[in-house]
Design a protein around this ligand. Structure first.
Ligand code: 4NP
Length: 213
């Protein structure tokens, strides 16, 4: 394998330290000093071995935070003309919102906040994460640490290192504000949007034609 030097450059707009290889942004350094970014995954896409990046957003119930993330991320990709480069879904660690195989709709206050931002949650129904999902997705992006632990257990561990925290992609890692307990859907929306933008910005560049400086 050819070793490429990694350079770290601070983004003037966001203040985030970003990692570049061969002029490509391959990750970010969070405020906690963690490196977030999947060079191997990006290289697979760049070599044409994989045509899409597959993202599963995960929360406890799949009726508030992870459906918001799914819908917001799809909108960001769509507006950037890159919807076809991603497969995006969301799921729950718990089975509380799936009754006899039928998932609940997005929680009405979450629907309303999405609508206020011009987005529709119509058709989205809760589904529970399953261990079969592990090979179907490249990244499992969790809203908080307990989702991370529960997802790891459902997925029988994380043998390929696919689990992430959404806010870990931003300059303020931690958990997405949980509107189920705070009632504050606007703050949850802002956290999720910030995380989704950061995640999208990292991965969008590895698709054909835009991966060279
Ligand atoms: P979510 O929110 O994980 O963001 O979908 C919740 C939904 C349901 C519950 C908790 C959080 N619950 O306890 O039923």
């Amino acid at each position: 394998m050819i070793k490429t030097k990694t350079e770290f450059i601070r983004n003037k707009d966001t203040g985030i330290l970003e990692a570049y290889r061969d002029g490509k942004r391959v990750g970010v350094i969070t405020a906690m000093g963690d490196f977030i970014g999947d060079v191997e995954l990006m290289e697979k896409v760049e070599r044409g071995e994989q045509s899409k990046i597959r993202i599963m957003f995960v929360c406890l119930g799949n009726i508030c935070r992870s459906p918001m993330a799914e819908i917001i991320f799809k909108d960001i990709a769509e507006k950037a003309g890159k919807a076809n480069d991603f497969i995006v879904s969301s799921s729950a660690t718990s089975d509380e919102n799936v009754y006899n195989g039928v998932g609940a709709e997005v929680y009405p206050p979450a629907k309303r906040i999405l609508e206020r931002h011009g987005l529709s949650a119509d058709g989205k129904r809760a589904v529970q994460l399953s261990c079969d999902d592990y090979d179907k997705y490249d990244l499992f992006v969790c809203m908080d640490n307990s989702n991370f632990r529960d997802a790891s257990s459902i997925l029988n561990g994380d043998r390929e290192g696919k689990l992430r925290l959404l806010m870990g992609y931003t300059s303020r890692p931690g958990s997405v504000s949980d509107p189920w307990y705070t009632g504050d859907f606007e703050t949850a929306y802002a956290d999720i949007e910030e995380g989704c933008k950061a995640l999208f910005n990292i991965y969008e560049r590895c698709f054909k034609g835009e991966n060279h400086a």
